[in-house]
Design a protein around this ligand. Structure first.
Ligand code: NAD
Length: 384
């Protein structure tokens, strides 16, 4: 199949492009390098050195003999989006290309507006391009488990059977997200469902959990193929951040009591979930939703796992929670759709965490310790 990966220079987009190329698909990546600019803005960088996109693509061709095409541009530029879809004529478009940090979206008004404008308008430009150029293209869109929030009932895969006053209907599962970033994903989901219902498009919305890990079989083939590894309080995901703190001998910073429970998955499962979704497209008119996670843990449990696996002493400290979220709550998620398509999850094991300790150990001189502690408060912008 011909697959266009939007956000193909990012943490997950790049390894996904390699995985699809390795499996024999024709792959092109598109990116505007916004993520590299957020690094400059925040004064941070990936813990593992990463090459520029041209060098990555050259290295992949050298190692695998496969070509990956590249498009540099912004999804906010509708003309560029139309031209790319017209020229490449993909069978599937995998859409990772959004501002993806909740704390970044909560810095202040400007960052909230940037996040929602970038994400919602970029996605809308894409929906129009697909509808006008080739409505048979399958859109595989990255959403987040954070769209649901933490309701006091089971979380279904996107849809809920509702009985109300004696009548029944199948409704989009109600959303209670926790940041302006997560809200942007909810808005995207609604826009995509509408486009499937009204224009007969086909889409898979992947509500992904928090990803951990940094290597896939393809990125491990050559250091020039490495993907980024964020450890800072704005872009670093929780397990990756705790591993860095353990290696540096710093206490693991658990926000609040640590009872917040989240869905997680290994980066190797992310790339495989995308392949499965691409190779088993949704039907025309179908808005298909999968919950893309393999396990759930509370933040406190994740800290304990890291502390118990690290071969030295590790302290855990509880900070005032900068976010506004439920400290303890019910969390039960259905996530069978991708397993039914063939996903064989890599569950969190000691071996994986040990390999992350080695990776971080080898790069620890690159850590900027100031970046580890949270600076963005959910109520900060309106209190100050
Ligand atoms: P990332 O920031 O590393 O990658 C996103 C890429 O998209 C970047 O390379 C960025 O430059 C590009 N981009 C952003 N806006 C763009 C635009 N307007 N035009 C063109 N390119 C643009 O993020 P990631 O961690 O790889 O996440 C990818 C997707 O998966 C995101 O949509 C994110 O919301 C979702 N997701 C990630 C996680 C996680 O744990 N990393 C969890 C759940 C969902």
């Amino acid at each position: 199949m011909r697959v266009l990966v939007l956000g193909g220079d990012g943490y997950l987009g790049w390894p996904t492009a390699l995985h699809l190329s390795d499996r024999g698909h024709d792959v092109a990546v598109l990116d505007n390098f916004a993520r590299r600019r957020y690094d400059v803005e925040l004064g941070t960088e990936s813990l593992v050195p990463i090459e520029n996109l041209a060098t990555r693509i050259e290295a992949w061709q050298e190692v695998s003999g496969q070509r990956i095409d590249a498009y540099e541009g912004d999804l906010l530029d509708a003309g560029f989006v139309y031209d790319t879809v017209r020229e490449y004529r993909p069978d599937a478009i995998v859409h990772f290309a959004e501002q993806r940090s909740a704390p970044y979206s909560m810095i202040d008004r400007e960052h909230a507006v940037h996040t929602q404008h970038n994400n919602v308008v970029g996605n809308l430009n894409l929906l129009y391009a697909i509808a006008e150029i080739d409505p048979a293209i399958h859109l595989v869109k990255l959403g987040t488990m954070g769209e649901y929030g933490t309701p006091n009932i089971d979380i279904e895969e996107g849809w809920l059977e509702v009985e109300h006053n004696g009548r029944r209907d199948r409704m989009l599962y109600p959303k209670k997200p926790g940041s302006f970033y997560h809200l942007s994903k909810v808005h995207d989901s609604h826009n995509i469902e509408f486009a499937c219902r009204i224009w007969d498009l086909r889409a898979t919305d992947l509500n992904q959990g928090v990803v951990y890990g940094q290597q896939t079989p393809q990125t491990a083939l050559d250091p020039r193929l490495a993907t980024r590894f964020d450890y800072d309080a704005v872009f670093g995901t929780v397990l990756n951040r705790f591993v860095v703190q353990a290696v540096l001998g710093q206490p693991l910073s658990v926000y609040g009591k640590g009872g917040q429970t989240r869905g997680l998955l290994d980066i190797r499962d992310t790339v495989e979930c995308i392949r499965l979704a691409v190779e088993h497209p949704a039907e025309r008119g179908e808005f298909r939703v999968f919950n893309q996670m393999t396990e759930s843990y509370s933040v406190g449990q994740i800290a304990d796992i890291v502390a118990n696996t690290f071969p030295g002493p590790v302290q855990i400290e509880h900070l005032d929670n900068p976010r506004v979220e439920q400290a303890e709550h019910y969390y039960h998620v259905k996530h069978t759709g991708l397993v039914e398509l063939g996903l064989q999850p890599h569950l969190l094991t000691d071996t994986l965490i040990e390999s992350m300790f080695d990776l971080v150990g080898a790069n620890k001189q690159r850590v900027d310790e100031k970046r580890l502690l949270p600076g963005v408060r959910w109520r900060g912008a309106v209190e100050s």
